[in-house]
Design a protein around this ligand. Structure first.
Ligand code: FAD
Length: 499
């Protein structure tokens, strides 16, 4: 007699939860996905406003169709489609230099690869990293790259070697990107670029992010040449996974919050919803974040050491945003996204976040969704989303700080593009309270756990937990990469471990 398929409850429909639900359903499990919101997608969600498709956050996807989202979509036979652009980004560096960033960093049209800087760099300074264990191969490459005298060439060389030998990433996980970069150069211009890029890719200041994690993200983004956005807005990433899930017979319940994960004798038994409904399951996979999962299951069911490790984990910073609907298309750039790279001391670029301050010259991450996808705004109109890094705890003080940061960000945006102001039809701010209301947490972090030293690679929380058959999925568990991409990577990893 055929054995009955195992029953799985997935908690949460972010890209990680939606992805693992679709994969497990496709592989023969009976999956029920419970989502507390009335909409799916978690922080990777979009809504419709006055005919525009507006991301709840501010999103671009570093590897597009060639990354983890594309892989997962192919595995479940999904219908996700992508836009890419070349150049993909237009940068204003230090208020002076305008540079187009092409999908390949060394594209000669970009100019960035030719940017000469006065590098104080020696191969031995690099090869002595992490106790000198980087090997001759790396030393030779780095030396050659340093002779070419561009920090980007040097980074590419390190990333290339580390790809060939992933153990280098593990070694680089033990030092911060700031420390690593100062071994390559002390010049502010490249350091400003890398400090900003670290914030963009990991939403962690470069004084904290692990060099290994950053280089992994950086190397893959510029190797795949498919940075982009999905057709129909960010919600289409979890949306495509969930359409495949529904096609394969999975059950999605929106507006269904899990209050408790039932554990008995060290094993998961199911969940109880906020309405008091008990749902039995053989396996529970939680996309609610590692800390919330621990709370829902009850700390008493975990070894004290695990509970204290989880409670000590740190979150990334936040991105806070203003969305602008313009009555016509008034900004015409060579690329569909714009970045302001501040002319400030790179080592202190993001100190304002913790100091309660406001940046004089803010780092602006500004995609123009209607330039990527003309259908993102009504015909002839333009949609702009301007993101800037901010604090995460939702307190009165921080909310007021976010408002001040967004005031300054708007001033700077309108200084750079004065043609925008007379054409603003509507604008809308979404910041930490908004992000926290999506996830149900007291904090509005952007990514999930911080990809700082001590929390990446071998130190990243595993998807399995000490409670039997309770698993984690999403940005908090098991994978490397940029935001949503690590969530989809985690989903693939968890599904492979389970089926
Ligand atoms: C402003 C902003 C900008 C960003 N920019 C980018 C970007 O450019 N590129 C990028 O790749 N990433 C970006 N990110 C990060 C990215 O959105 C997140 O890293 C990603 O969504 C995390 O996915 P996840 O699957 O781990 O879970 P989440 O997206 O956090 O989703 C978790 C889900 O679990 C649900 N849930 C929680 N508790 C319960 C419960 N008890 N019961 C039922 N459901 C529950 C929540 O409602 C939510 O739907 C950005 C995020 C923000 C906020």
């Amino acid at each position: 007699m055929a054995r009955e398929a195992k029953k799985v409850v997935v908690i949460g429909s972010g890209p990680g939860g939606a992805g693992v639900a679709a994969l497990l359903q496709a592989r023969g499990y009976r999956v029920t996905l419970l989502e507390r919101n009335d909409f799916y997608g978690g922080k990777c969600w979009s809504f419709t406003k006055d005919g525009s498709v507006v991301d709840s956050g501010v999103h671009m996807f570093s590897m597009g169709a060639s990354g983890q989202h594309g892989d997962l979509n192919r595995l479940v036979g999904g219908d996700l489609e992508w836009f890419t652009a070349n150049p993909s980004e237009h940068l204003l560096l230090g208020g002076k230099y305008r540079v187009n960033l092409y999908q390949s960093l060394t594209d000669p049209r970009g100019g960035i690869s030719n940017m000469r800087t006065n590098m104080r760099m020696a191969a031995d300074r690099i090869s002595s990293l992490a106790g000198g264990g980087m090997g001759k191969e790396l030393e030779r490459e780095v030396y050659r790259a340093s002779r070419r005298n561009t920090p980007l060439e040097t980074l590419r060389a390190v990333a290339k070697i580390a790809r060939l030998n992933p153990s280098y990433f593990a070694e680089l996980d033990e030092i911060t990107l700031q420390e690593f970069m100062h071994r390559i150069t002390d010049d502010w211009l490249p350091l400003q670029g890398i400090a900003a890029l670290s914030m963009l890719l990991t939403v962690v200041p470069y004084s904290e992010v692990s060099a290994g994690e950053f280089l992994w993200c950086f190397a893959n983004a510029f190797r795949k040449h498919t940075l982009g956005v999905p057709r129909g807005g960010s919600r289409e990433i979890p949306g495509a996974f969930l359409r495949a899930f529904a096609r394969d017979g999975g059950e999605l319940r929106l507006g269904c919050e899990v209050a408790r994960i039932a554990v008995r004798e060290g094993k998961v038994r199911g969940v109880e919803t906020a309405e008091g409904e008990e749902i039995a399951a053989d396996l529970v996979v939680s996309n609610a974040g590692i800390k919330r999962t621990l709370e829902m299951a009850g700390e008493e069911h975990f070894p004290a050491e695990y509970a204290s490790y989880v409670n000590g984990l740190k979150y990334s910073c936040a991105f806070i945003t203003t969305k602008y609907g313009l009555d016509r298309r008034v900004v015409d750039l060579p690329a569909p996204s714009f970045f302001n790279i501040p002319a400030v001391d790179p080592d202190h670029m993001f100190d304002y976040i913790g100091d309660g301050g406001v940046p004089e010259d803010p780092f602006l991450f500004t995609p123009f969704p209607s330039e990527w996808d003309t259908y993102a705004a009504p015909p002839g109109k333009q949609l702009i989303i301007c993101g800037v890094p901010g604090p995460i705890e939702v307190s009165g003080e921080n909310v007021a700080q976010c408002e001040r940061i967004l005031d300054r960000a708007e001033e700077r945006l309108l200084e750079i593009f004065p043609q925008i102001a007379p054409h603003i039809e509507w604008k809308m701010r979404t910041h930490i309270a908004h992000t926290a209301s999506i996830t149900g947490k007291p904090t509005g972090e952007c990514i999930g756990l911080s990809q700082c030293v001590g929390q990446t690679g071998a130190h990243k929380p595993d998807p399995w937990t000490p409670v039997q058959d309770l698993w984690l999925v999403g940005a908090d568990a098991g994978a490397r990469g940029v935001g949503t991409e690590q969530a989809s990577g985690s989903a693939i990893y968890v599904a492979n471990l389970l089926a």
